[in-house]
Ligand binder design. Structure first.
Ligand SMILES: Cc1cc2nc3c(=O)[nH]c(=O)nc-3n(C[C@H](O)[C@H](O)[C@H](O)COP(=O)(O)O)c2cc1C
Length: 194
């Protein structure tokens, strides 16, 4: 998209396109954004793989292990931020919203069916992620031993819906920063001082 920085409309289009590309393009910096959530009073940040982007409903999908402590932390406080920066395109995008967790329902069934066999293996690790252990070798996954379908019971789909999007484009002749906020179907948009 050439000259996208010239209008608010095309800044938003660029942001949406950047996340859409990030789903399929494993080389995109937006394929592995950072998700920040509350851990009680603390804030926790981690990389996840972006599995889907629904532009119309402003939803990003990523997957986690249902046993992970972040699941209960998100249930306690679903507010979250997603961030990524593409240092070649010089684009940073920040999203604010909330996460809805799905487990053993039609959404997870559909996502599981479309998950590559290799990715399914991670959900068969024999104990909960984040558990402190003595010997990591004991928890290596033996590809010949696992029943991938057992992993399904540990598989959670996280749907992050955002109401705030901010895009910053670094440009030598003058950076461009824009913010978009949705309230129901109304959108408020502004340029910001970078
Ligand atoms: C490239 C990359 C991709 C990752 N993808 C995921 C993912 O899709 N889901 C996930 O739960 N963790 C993923 N992780 C691991 C998390 O970053 C994190 O280490 C793990 O989920 C534990 O985080 P927690 O303590 O906040 O639960 C990924 C890590 C990297 C480096």
């Amino acid at each position: 998209m050439k000259d996208f920085e010239n209008s608010l409309e095309t800044m938003l289009e660029k942001a949406f396109k950047t996340f859409s590309d990030g789903v399929e393009n494993a080389k995109s910096y937006f394929h592995t954004p950072t998700v920040c959530t509350f851990e009680g009073q603390d804030i926790s940040a981690r990389t996840v793989v972006l599995r889907d982007f629904n532009e119309k409903d402003r939803i990003l999908r990523f997957h986690t292990d249902q046993r992970s402590p972040k699941i209960s932390q998100i249930k306690d406080n679903s507010s979250a931020t997603i961030h990524a920066y593409d240092h070649e395109e010089k684009i940073q995008i920040r999203l604010k919203g909330s996460i809805e967790i799905h487990h053993k329902n039609s959404i997870t069934e559909n996502a599981w069916e479309n998950t590559k066999e290799m990715s399914k293996e991670c959900y068969s690790v024999k104990d909960s992620p984040s558990k402190r252990i003595e010997n990591p070798d004991e928890f290596d996954i033996d590809r010949n031993q696992i029943d991938r379908e057992i992993g399904y019971k540990n598989f959670a789909v996280n749907l992050f819906t955002f109401h705030y999007l901010e895009i910053l484009y670094l440009k030598r002749s003058g950076h461009r920063r824009a913010v978009f906020e949705w309230e129901e179907d109304k959108i408020r948009q502004n340029w910001m001082i970078p």
